[in-house]
Design a protein around this ligand. Structure first.
Ligand SMILES: NC(=O)c1ccc[n+]([C@@H]2O[C@H](COP(=O)([O-])OP(=O)(O)OC[C@H]3O[C@@H](n4cnc5c(N)ncnc54)[C@H](OP(=O)(O)O)[C@@H]3O)[C@@H](O)[C@H]2O)c1
Length: 216
């Protein structure tokens, strides 16, 4: 029996990650400020699966389910929610997937020498294990389950080896390749890499369906 997962947000990344994770038989609850939006994603994924998973929907602010919580919202909102849910997040794994980008000038919103994941870790309790992951995987590729026919690489940074192991197993069991890239501090590099990846979309014409992959 797997730990249930709460996904805060019901947008593109919630759909992408949800699509992959339900293939592992993991129960998922989607949270959105608009309950109808969470319900609609719940129903969409329920229709698309033959597996016996329980998919639920709740309004943001309602109590969290399971030991793993994924922040699938814009960076500033994710920070606000980390603050709002601090008590409930104690002893859970908190997965930060955000790219803290100022779209006006394509720069990072985080202070120099930090990252979204580290800023979020400063807000929550020390018992909350913050893991950076999925920030380099575009939502459409997660729905597809591959990038141009190749297995998706999912980079994972964090200071708690056990928490990284849990997320790595989920990634592996949903058909992707987990790559542990070291401590949470390395989120700076992951967020920087993805800034470049996003900035290149127009130039390459890849239409947000490319991926960052380590090839032999
Ligand atoms: N899209 C990608 O390919 C991709 C890839 C890697 C990482 N990411 C990161 O993943 C995160 C989510 O991106 P996304 O593409 O899934 O975005 P999205 O489709 O726009 O969904 C954003 C979610 O955040 C919620 N939200 C937005 N503003 C809010 C507010 N003020 N209060 C409460 N909830 C709010 C939205 O709720 P409503 O629907 O109610 O507005 C929605 O559930 C971002 O941090 C992004 O940087 C995205």
């Amino acid at each position: 029996m797997r730990d249930a997962i709460s996904i805060l947000g019901a947008g593109d990344m919630a759909r992408g990650i949800g699509t992959r994770l339900i293939t592992t038989g993991t129960d998922i609850t989607f949270y959105d400020r608009n309950l109808d939006k969470a319900k609609s994603l719940q129903q969409e994924l329920q229709r698309g699966t033959t597996s016996n998973v329980r998919i639920e929907s709740k309004r943001l602010g309602e109590s969290l389910k399971g030991k793993i919580v994924i922040l699938a919202l814009p960076y500033e909102i994710a920070r606000n929610l980390a603050r709002q849910y601090t008590e409930q997040l104690k002893n859970k794994i908190l997965v930060d997937i955000t790219n803290p980008i100022d779209f006006k000038n394509f720069t990072l919103l985080t202070p120099r020498g930090s990252s979204a994941a580290e800023e979020i870790a400063k807000i929550v309790s020390r018992s909350t294990k913050v893991v950076k992951s999925f920030n380099t995987t575009f939502a459409g590729t997660l729905v597809e389950g591959n990038v141009a026919g190749k297995q998706i690489d999912v980079f994972i940074a964090g200071d708690d080896q056990g928490a990284k192991g849990v997320i790595s197993r989920l990634v592996q069991d949903s058909g992707m390749r987990p790559l542990d890239v070291g401590p949470l501090e390395n989120s700076r590099a992951l967020e920087g890499m993805q800034l470049i990846h996003m900035a290149l979309q127009d130039k390459l014409g890849t239409n947000w369906m490319s991926g960052i992959k380590i090839l032999p």
